[in-house]
Ligand binder design. Sequence first.
Ligand SMILES: [Zn+2]
Length: 94
Amino acid sequence: MSISKKLRNQNKRKKYKKKKGADHLQPKKTSINHCLMCHEEEEIPYDVVRDFDLMDGGDPTTPPRFNCEQCGGEMYPEYYKGMHGQEYKLSDIL
Ligand SMILES: [Zn+2]
């Protein structure tokens, strides 16, 4: 029992790739992202957004950006609070 636990912890070492199976660690929260091109809405889990934020290179002026599944356009979060407390709102850029 303790061995498998150890292995598990090692696998969890800081990798900023998509964490699969980590859903149970956090409450299910999603960020609503809006496509700026076709206005499609997409719910993206916060932990995925956060991972993107971490990989972003730490640019605090832009939120993590996703591409629309419908048209490939750029998406913007309806509301997102970044790692360092910066806030992004869709209404800010419209
Ligand atoms: Zn779109």
